[in-house]
Design a protein around this ligand. Structure first.
Ligand SMILES: Cc1ncc(COP(=O)(O)O)c(C=O)c1O
Length: 371
């Protein structure tokens, strides 16, 4: 069997190595998980069951059920103060990333990717024969618009933003969004704005760059805010020209997002998640306060990750040591071209967080060159 050579352009060895190391742990302190530690709220589960009972089990329209598309448009106007031309219901935000990258990028194109980044951006770009151009973030994970502009070439097609961010938890402030929008307008670049963590914002006022720049494709969804990661529901919203191409592609790939889950999405939009957000503020405070004395660490504004600098300088070396001590975390080279940090997910019980903090602080003392 001869596998397509493009598969050689992507690899999952970084994360596999970590799971290989971790597989012998019987009851690890697990701070590696990228999904909430609460279950799907009851009314949303009931809405899914009811949709099944009512026979919503067939293909839906490719672009999604009209009720949900309409509700999402209203939701974007109310919450993100932006108006969008077209909405496509996707199979998770991953579905939206996949469709938008294929619709936009061709071999030789460049997409600017702030580093650290969510893993899928890099690999999908490479799979398409396009080039990820990395924009190194500052020490505090802020984005310098001047550095962004310097990376633009005639081949630059798009910029991807992820605010709040996985893995850093940073929220891009309004002023920076405005500056980025100006640069994108000047150079005619599309912005893909991955807003999957928009339900978990703790500090800054959250805004979507779509408010300032109409050539923005918003990708967001239900996986994190409602803990529906396995249900595969997201949306892409933005310029009709781009979204219509994505709809065409969905017809030949995903076909549609799961039918009963789309109906459950309507119930989700009626569900208030403020209590979850508050719980996660408390978890964020526990982990940040627990680490700040021994680690160089930036307080996350959102999402449920914190991204400390690795004592000793190597993310992989530090994480290997952590795993030997029964603590599961992820090295920064999974999310970055630099192996200097590590990612902690604080989507875990408070007890697990305290156990993790204890191990991390103990290890920090063993590495020279720590804080
Ligand atoms: C930044 C970011 N974008 C997209 C996704 C994928 O989300 P979904 O489960 O909706 O496909 C994730 C999941 O971890 C993520 O962290």
């Amino acid at each position: 069997m001869k596998i397509a050579s493009r598969m050689g352009l992507i690899d999952s060895s970084g994360i596999r190595k970590i799971f290989d190391l971790a597989k012998n742990l019987s009851d690890p302190i697990n701070l590696s998980i990228g999904q909430p530690d609460f279950d799907v709220p009851e009314p949303i589960k009931q809405a899914a069951c009811k949709a099944i009972e009512q026979g919503h089990n067939r293909y839906t329209l490719t672009q999604g059920i009209p009720e949900l598309r309409e509700r999402i448009k209203i939701h974007i106007e109310a919450k993100k103060h932006a108006s969008v031309e077209e909405v496509l219901i996707t199979s998770g935000v991953s579905g939206g990333i996949f469709l938008s990258f294929i619709a936009l990028l061709e071999a030789g194109d460049e997409i600017i990717v702030p580093d650290p980044y969510f893993v899928m951006y890099k690999h999908l770009t490479r799979l398409l024969g396009a080039t990820p151009v990395y924009l190194d973030l500052e020490e505090d994970f802020s984005l310098d618009p001047k550095k962004l502009e310097k990376l633009i070439t005639p081949r630059t097609k798009a910029l991807i933003l992820n605010s709040p961010s996985n893995p850093t938890g940073t929220v891009i402030p309004k002023d920076t969004l405005r500056e980025i929008a100006e640069i994108a307008r000047k150079w005619g670049i599309v912005i893909i704005s991955d807003e999957i963590y928009d339900g978990f914002v703790y500090e800054k006022d959250y805004e979507s760059i779509a408010k300032y720049y109409p050539d923005t494709l918003i990708l967001a969804g239900f996986s994190k805010e409602y803990a529906m990661t396995g249900w595969r529901l997201g949306y892409a919203a933005g310029p009709a020209k781009l979204v219509n191409e994505m709809i065409k592609l969905q017809q030949y790939t995903f076909v549609c997002a799961p039918s009963m889950v789309q109906y459950a999405g309507l119930a989700a939009l009626d569900f208030d998640t403020e209590s979850f957000r508050k719980e996660y503020v408390a978890k964020r405070d526990i982990i940040y306060n627990g680490l700040k004395d021994k680690f160089q660490v930036t307080k996350p504004d959102g999402a449920f990750y914190i991204y400390p600098k690795a004592p000793g300088g190597s993310g992989t070396a530090f994480v290997t040591k952590a795993i030997e001590n029964n603590l599961l975390i992820i090295p920064g080279n999974v999310f970055s071209e630099h192996d200097t940090h590590f990612r902690i997910s604080f989507a875990a019980s408070q007890e697990t967080l305290y156990r993790g903090i204890e191990v991390l602080n103990r290890l920090a003392g063993q590495f020279c060159g720590g804080k």
